[in-house]
Design a protein around this ligand. Sequence first.
Ligand code: FUB
Length: 308
Amino acid sequence: MKRLALCLAAALLAGPALAGEPISPRFNADPSPHAFKGGYYLYATDDASNSGKYWDSTTWRLYTSKDLKTWKDGGAFLGVSVFKWAKPDAKAWAPEAAYRDGKYYFYAPVGGDKIGVAVADRPEGPFVDAIGAPLVDKARDANAGAEPIDPQVLIDDDGQAYMLFGTRVPKIVKLGKDMKSLAGPIQDIAVTGFPTDDPKKKYGEAPFLHKRKGLYYFSFSTGWPGQIVYATSKTPLGPYAYRGVIFDYLKISTNHQAILQDKGRTWFFYHDKLLPGGGDHRRSIAIEPLTHGPDGTIIEVKPKAAGR
Ligand code: FUB
């Protein structure tokens, strides 16, 4: 028994296998995966340093990998303290990162009402506040919505960057070429064609936009608890037409996905209650392959991970 426990611990420390196993023995959530500099960088909410009763961590975590299988813990690489305008105990929620013109940008939801942007020369930092003020501020910006959180950035093929964010009403805004300014109004994203027989099918949080074969895929969680569903459009600003479910409800209150396209393959990142002691505020990130049908439909992801 002791030997089995030791083997399990060693396997976790050595790095989990792909397909549904937690990427780390440490709690983490809200994946933001990127292929940067020939490696993989996964930015995350820190679920190990919160109170266990709420998502009140004030730092973000970074994990790196060469193969998506073995992940190295890069630690608490950044905290809300980098933003001098943030309260010291402001909660650090689902982050995002992007690369442009030799710089790495980190989009940080701070305190539930602001999104900051930090910049670095390397994906692991050190990051500094890029503008000395929030990029989005609920109290300052028209149509920022009730809760400007969960930023996600897509740089389109024509170079235009879009940032999505928001709870209950999805928002999208063009970013300037500098990646640290808004280049237009914050707009609501319209989704049409939700199934009328299921009132729970509506936008909740975790907006994510990816593009495949010229089609824009907008995925999101339907709420608390939430399914991950998706809608498509031929234009980034929408309107989007509902297409179906990517990932079913979890036995925890939040569901939050990210999609990574790299080297001809597509990966679905999510969090769930996967480690002993896991739960609503003690989540773990895992990865599954994502596949499409011949018509572009996304095939629902059904992980076989431990704990399911
Ligand atoms: O981690 C805190 C919040 O939980 C995130 O911002 C949401 O997307 C949900 O996953």
